[in-house]
Design a protein around this ligand. Structure first.
Ligand code: ADP
Ligand code: ADP
Length: 225
């Protein structure tokens, strides 16, 4: 997989410039997107998950234009938004079953086996009958990643996933991301926490006020500071 971001800019209708001429190439593995509040991370995420169009420039996935091919590309995407909330009374396995239905899995048997596999993978199998909106913060985040992974996406986008977690849950979540980072997937982790990236990502970009301030390995960035 390869994502190419070319001269990308986003200007909101009110004139706010959220991204300014950003160039980036993202290949398989975990990629960290670091930046303070207002840097443009969420705007870039929204473009990558095809919820918003760029104002200028373009994004390609394996050479295919993201905007023109958004229907096909959406099928390869898994997304954990920043403020993912469980409003429903569903249990964890009911919730994932619903996510699997939305992802187009028609057979009940196929869904049941996919759901159990996901629950195991994120360490929530014991909690399969618990109500999703009553789980701890860390468990909710892990259930969020499970719903993002249910359709075996090739590009997984997680927006500020460790915000509000205690240190132990934060480490557990980082480790979980590392285990799902197999050879043929891209995981993009957006965060304002340096530790999320330095411990997990081979490559990263630093955004500041919509500008690309750095791209390369986290270690080289630390050396430059
Ligand atoms: P981050 O996720 O790094 O905090 P954002 O992409 O949310 O950054 O925001 C980048 C800039 O764009 C900020 O100045 C923000 O106020 C502005 N912005 C974000 N969303 C909108 C919007 N819907 N309308 C206008 N301005 C926006
Ligand atoms: P983030 O943490 O991603 O920067 P915010 O909390 O700044 O998100 O924004 C939350 C919502 O408000 C988003 O949908 C964003 O698009 C919108 N938003 C952010 N900044 C502005 C702005 N200056 N004008 C209008 N909408 C904005």
């Amino acid at each position: 997989m390869k994502i190419t971001i070319d001269q990308l800019s986003k200007i909101y209708p009110n004139g706010n410039r959220a991204l300014n001429d950003v160039h980036l190439e993202i290949e398989n593995g975990m990629f960290g997107l670091l930046g303070p509040n207002g840097a443009g991370k969420s705007s870039l995420m929204r473009i990558l998950v095809t919820l918003m169009k760029p104002s200028h420039g373009k994004v390609t996935v394996n050479g295919y234009d993201l905007v023109k091919n958004r229907k096909e590309i959406r099928k390869m995407l898994g997304y954990l938004p920043q403020d993912f909330r469980f409003f429903s009374q569903l249990t964890t396995h009911e919730f994932l079953d619903y996510a699997a239905r939305l992802a187009g899995m028609k057979s009940g048997r196929e869904r049941a086996s996919a759901v159990d596999k996901m629950l195991e993978e994120v360490g929530l199998f014991e909690a399969r009958d618990r109500q999703a909106n009553r789980l701890s913060g860390g468990m909710k985040r892990r259930l969020g990643i499970a719903q993002a992974l249910i359709n075996s996406p090739k590009i997984i986008i997680v927006d500020e996933p460790t915000t509000g977690l205690d240190p132990e849950e934060r480490i557990r979540f980082r480790n979980l991301l590392s285990t799902i980072s197999t050879n043929d997937v891209i995981i993009i982790l957006s965060t304002h926490i340096v530790g999320d990236i330095s411990s997990t990502c081979k490559n990263m970009a630093l955004l500041n006020r919509g500008e690309l301030a750095y791209s390369g390995s986290p270690d080289d960035l630390v050396e430059q500071c």
